[in-house]
Design a protein around this ligand. Structure first.
Ligand code: GRG
Length: 297
């Protein structure tokens, strides 16, 4: 990771943190316990990978950074909601997230449920309240895009497939189907929403960018599986080794460590190739992809 990319990423992470901080209800607003749990679950943690992708896509098209900040925050709120719900006893039943107790452990299950609900609706409030695209039609399509990516045809559907697959043997295409939905859909939305903040790309270019995002979404998941198998709980800030403990099919369980690592590198190569036609303006997208594939947590 170059120092130039490090300072670019730090700057965007700070920007997103400040914006989220300003948009989450204050601790002293009633109901205080819920607002406390909301801030606890969103602020001061996470790599902010999806916002970084939205910023990088926004820079590809020369979009206004204030617009991109809003869409990046909306995607991060959906992501934060998914983590809070995923950690609940009825789903993954985990006690550690981002290096601290999960929301339902720190608060309680009902508060965690309401935290996720509130984060999800706040994401759409942000997307709908002011101009974020050059045309109202594009902005409407962005709202629909995030809704689709989050719902039963996207992330929530992928999660249902995941819950159903515990203890089963999946084929590689089935595993890919699950992750294209569970993790990939939101990553694609981050890229496409960032790019839609300006209307500089034609449909063919938007399709290419979507293909790039699909490769990155899968690469993200392959690396997530590798880290679950290889890294420690301390480094990850979440319980390591859970996939094997829970008998979950993963890229590591199907391919083994070496082939899974090769697959992540191949997906990065494919993603990079798609970006060739965009020239130098795609540099940040390449760098964020590299960060995703080489990350250690
Ligand atoms: C509950 C509707 C619903 C969906 C949950 C995304 C998801 C679906 C569950 C998260 C569980 C999980 C560990 C998925 C694997 C990939 C993933 C999303 C990892 C966490 O994302 P990071 O690494 O987390 O970007 P940070 O904390 O850095 O934001």
């Amino acid at each position: 990771m170059t120092s130039d990319f490090q300072s670019w990423a730090k700057d965007r992470q700070t920007k997103i943190e400040n914006y989220l901080e300003s948009r989450l209800p204050a601790l002293n607003f009633v109901p205080e316990r819920l607002h406390n749990a909301i801030r606890y679950s969103v602020l001061g943690g996470g790599k902010r990978v999806r916002p970084l992708l939205a910023f990088a896509a926004g820079e590809l098209v020369g979009a206004d950074s204030e617009r991109v900040t809003v869409v990046a925050a909306a995607v991060e709120l959906i992501h934060a909601y998914s983590l809070v719900h995923d950690d609940l006893p009825c789903m993954d039943n985990d006690v550690l997230r981002r290096g601290k107790p999960t929301c339902h452990i720190e608060f309680d299950e009902a508060t965690a449920l309401l935290t996720g609900d509130s984060l999800q609706t706040l994401a759409f409030e942000l997307l709908a309240e002011k101009r974020l695209a050059d045309s109202p039609e594009t902005q409407l399509s962005m709202i629909a895009q995030l809704a689709r990516a989050s719902g039963s045809r996207g992330m929530a559907g992928g999660q249902a497939f995941d819950l159903d697959s515990v203890g089963k043997t999946l084929t590689l295409p089935e595993l890919e189907f699950m992750h294209i939905h569970k993790t990939g859909a939101l990553i694609r939305a981050a890229v496409m929403l960032g790019a839609n903040c300006a209307s500089h790309l034609n449909q063919d270019q938007l399709d290419q960018l979507d293909h790039f995002a699909k490769c990155v979404g899968l690469a993200f998941q392959v690396v997530d599986d590798l880290l679950d198998a290889e890294a420690t709980t301390d480094t990850l800030g979440k319980t390591a080794g859970k996939d094997a403990d829970n008998n979950k099919p993963t890229y590591v369980s199907i391919l083994g460590i070496n082939q899974a690592r090769e697959l992540a590198e191949r997906l990065q190569h494919d993603a990079d190739q798609v970006l060739d036609s965009f020239g130098a303006s795609a540099v940040r997208l390449r760098q964020v992809t590299d960060f995703i594939v080489k990350r250690e947590f």
